[in-house]
Design a protein around this ligand. Structure first.
Ligand SMILES: CC(C)(COP(=O)(O)OP(=O)(O)OC[C@H]1O[C@@H](n2cnc3c(N)ncnc32)[C@H](O)[C@@H]1OP(=O)(O)O)[C@@H](O)C(=O)NCCC(=O)NCCS
Length: 159
């Protein structure tokens, strides 16, 4: 499985915009109205706390992923990721989590990595389980998606 992560670049904004416009992403937490919105967001990334990468599969950008470092406890990071729906169920997200985890535990010296998953997001939960994350419980109203707060499962792995 040839999956590579490259620090996110403005030149990938259009690809992200097109992916997030797919009907499968109606309920995603991103709410970009234009390519310029995506560019502005990329340019606003705080590189100390937000490690954001383009996901490259067979030399093509097929998604985005991130490790968001907890600003109060810098040993904790939270993973986020999305994949172009044309590439779902090929193992790309699982491989992405493996690579993010390696960056998190080795380069960023995290000791705890979290994934917060909407209760209905079975594909994401499957990715967390396949990658060896442990379910710690349900967090009430802890996941913000387009101005609304949802309950989510908390999965984690520690070093
Ligand atoms: C979640 C997401 C990243 C998964 O990406 P992916 O590259 O398809 O993931 P993988 O191929 O590594 O694994 C998907 C697994 O979920 C399973 N799956 C897919 N849809 C499912 C469903 N409705 N119910 C149960 N399992 C499901 C697949 O069968 C596969 O498991 P398997 O390998 O045991 O067969 C992708 O669906 C996505 O981008 N969703 C929208 C954004 C999102 O939800 N991000 C995650 C936030 S926590």
């Amino acid at each position: 499985m040839k999956v590579k992560l490259v620090l996110v670049q403005v030149k990938d904004a259009e690809v992200f915009f097109e992916i997030l416009r797919q009907p499968e992403f109606n309920r995603s937490s991103f709410n970009f109205k234009s390519i310029q919105n995506v560019i502005d967001w990329i340019e606003s990334i705080d590189i100390d706390l937000q490690k954001v990468y383009s996901i490259i599969f067979n030399n093509k950008v097929v998604g985005m992923c991130s490790i968001i470092i907890n600003k109060n406890k810098k040993i904790i990071g939270e993973l986020g990721f999305f994949i172009d729906s044309k590439y779902w169920n090929k193992g790309i997200a699982s491989r992405t989590v493996n690579v993010l985890e390696e960056i998190g535990f080795s380069q960023l010296e995290l000791i705890r990595i979290e994934i917060k998953i909407k209760l209905t997001n079975k594909a994401c939960e499957r990715v967390a389980i396949k990658c060896g994350y442990q379910k710690e419980g349900t967090m009430k109203k802890a996941l913000k998606i387009k101005k609304k707060y949802y309950d989510c499962y908390l999965y984690s792995k520690t070093k």
